[in-house]
Design a protein around this ligand. Structure first.
Ligand code: NAD
Length: 502
């Protein structure tokens, strides 16, 4: 049977497709809304016990998870290649970055979670006490995942939520079901309390059931439109969220950037994961003449091998589905209609899978970017800019603000540009791979979302700060009835001394 990954499935089951062939390669049972709610309640019950465990106890189970996943790294690389359709050198890289994220949590999680002391400073004059800041678990975290990095975007975030003492109910993307099952199977073996972490399977309706359930925080990774539905539901119930949404990442190329190495890195940054990478380069703003850059990047794009990574050595696999490819192709067509020039690509490639030629566009007008904004596929737009300020202005003109990169030799100039860019992550002479830095908080600004995953900031997202303040039993305290004249005298002195201009 041949079908499209976006086609309907039977009630209660989801078909699993190979994106490079369109063939159905399996089926997965979906979770009913009642079972989603029950999974959350079960997780909540287990979480009470888990949250009381010491860090060494939690760490031991997380370490087991890390060991189980790392012993299966090759199997994971094969599975992601076959389910998402990416070359193995990319999928093995993804697995390494995901394992690094878990390793970071095992080794450094306690730093983010340990209590911190804060003093009272000058307020001691009023006998205000100092205290401790604790990072307490929230309860059950509901995680709705996407398909493009099914290991890297799910495993470290789940591990961090658990490390902080929470339960997790998570929904892998309906386009990465086998990866979801494999990750859940590893967690089932790791030794977490029964029911603490479980996966629910299905499409938007199962995601909706999860956002309606008794979770204490939501994590959504995906497109802007569905993200807004999820965020509205959660906000209506006063539930906080991390939103990892679409991007439209700019690269600013300064006039001293070396052509050959920079163009190679930019072409890779544009087409890695068949351009279906949230931090892929989508816009290149060249300060000066763009012609040599267009020629170089297009030359590389034309040379890329597109095909089925499960059987051939290729640089790019298929797009995730035919529907995604059709929508993508329409956007390229509209961009050309409004004034973009097609340099190469711009067409579907023959074959059973949803292959698309790596596409390079140029333009001299401002109307093309709004058409391409948030596009998810193998395309990059290259434009010349008269000066650095115009390039910064063009980069910031997008509603999105996930990541941005700046290319050139002079560090002061690079830093100068970086501080004006509206993006959750800015990189110099590098792209995509820095998102794998396990210490670096990852996430966007503006329409690309809010909240962070990874590193200390990411781990603390799964906690609520708790201030603990107090003083020794007994002893003098001015704040008691009946008020004595001395109290007002003290406050008046305090005002004069510490707030003299007030
Ligand atoms: P999508 O929004 O279609 O789906 C994402 C997830 O949300 C899926 O699990 C889906 O089942 C679920 N979902 C959809 N509608 C829902 C609803 N109304 N209620 C609850 N759940 C719902 O996105 P996708 O196709 O999986 O992913 C592609 C998008 O993800 C791209 O736009 C890409 O830029 C973005 N992305 C962002 C990041 C990031 O870290 N910022 C990372 C990867 C991908």
């Amino acid at each position: 049977m041949e079908a499209d990954a976006d086609q309907q499935h039977g009630p209660g089951t989801l078909d699993v497709f190979h994106p490079a062939t369109g063939q159905v390669v399996g089926q997965v049972s979906t979770t009913s809304p009642d079972d989603v709610h029950e999974a959350v309640e079960r997780s909540k019950r287990a979480q009470v016990e888990w949250s009381r465990k010491s860090w060494p106890e939690r760490k031991a189970v997380l370490r087991n998870l890390w060991a189980i996943l790392s012993s299966d790294a090759d199997g994971w690389a094969d599975l992601i290649r076959d389910e998402i359709g990416k070359p193995r050198s990319e999928t093995l890289g993804e697995v390494m970055m995901g394992l690094d994220g878990i390793r970071w949590t095992v080794k450094k999680g306690h730093i983010a979670l340990r209590e911190e002391w804060f003093g009272a400073g000058w307020q001691r004059a009023l006998l205000i006490s100092g205290g401790r800041l604790g990072h307490r678990p929230l309860g059950v975290i509901g995680i709705i995942g996407t398909w493009n990095y099914p290991f890297f975007l799910n495993a470290p975030a789940i591990a961090q939520a658990l490390a902080a003492g929470n339960g997790v109910v998570w929904k892998p993307s309906e386009l990465a079901l086998r990866c979801g099952q494999r990750l859940q199977a590893a967690m089932d073996r790791a030794g977490f309390p029964e029911g603490l972490v479980s996966a629910v399977y299905g499409g938007a309706e199962v995601g909706k059931a999860l956002t309606d359930a008794n979770i204490q925080k939501g994590v959504f990774t995906g497109g802007l439109e569905s993200g807004r539905h999820v965020l509205q539901t959660l906000a209506g119930r006063g539930i906080p969220a991390i939103a990892e949404l679409s991007g439209f990442d700019p690269a600013i190329v300064l006039d001293d950037a070396p052509l050959e190495s920079t163009a190679r890195a930019l072409a890779w940054g544009a087409f890695v994961g068949t351009g279906q990478t949230c931090v892929a380069v989508k816009r290149i703003y060249v300060v000066g003449d763009p012609a040599p850059w267009v020629e170089k990047v297009a030359g590389i794009a034309r040379s890329l091998r597109v095909g089925n990574p499960s059987i051939d050595v290729v640089d790019l696999g298929p797009m995730i589905s035919r529907m995604a490819r059709d929508r993508f192709h329409q956007r390229i067509g509209r961009a050309i209609e409004v004034g973009a020039t097609l340099v190469c690509g711009g067409e579907s490639l023959p074959g059973e899978g949803s292959f698309y030629a790596p596409t390079v566009l140029t333009s001299t007008i401002d109307g093309v970017e709004p058409i391409l904004e948030g596009v998810f596929g193998p395309v990059v737009l290259i434009r010349g800019m008269p000066d650095v300020n115009s390039a910064i202005h063009a980069a910031n003109a997008s509603a999105f603000g996930l990541a941005a990169s700046v290319w050139g030799k002079n560090w002061r100039r690079l830093r100068g540009v970086a501080q004006h860019l509206e993006a959750g992550q800015v990189t110099f002479n590098d792209v995509v791979t820095p998102s794998g830095n396990a210490s670096a908080p990852f996430g966007g600004t503006k329409a690309s979302g809010f909240g962070r995953i990874h590193g200390i900031a990411g781990l603390r997202e799964f906690t609520t700060p708790q201030a603990i303040l107090g003083r020794r039993a007994g002893g003098f305290r001015p704040q008691v009835f009946p008020y004595r004249p001395g109290v007002e005298k003290l406050l008046t002195w305090y005002r004069r001394f510490f707030h003299p201009s007030a």
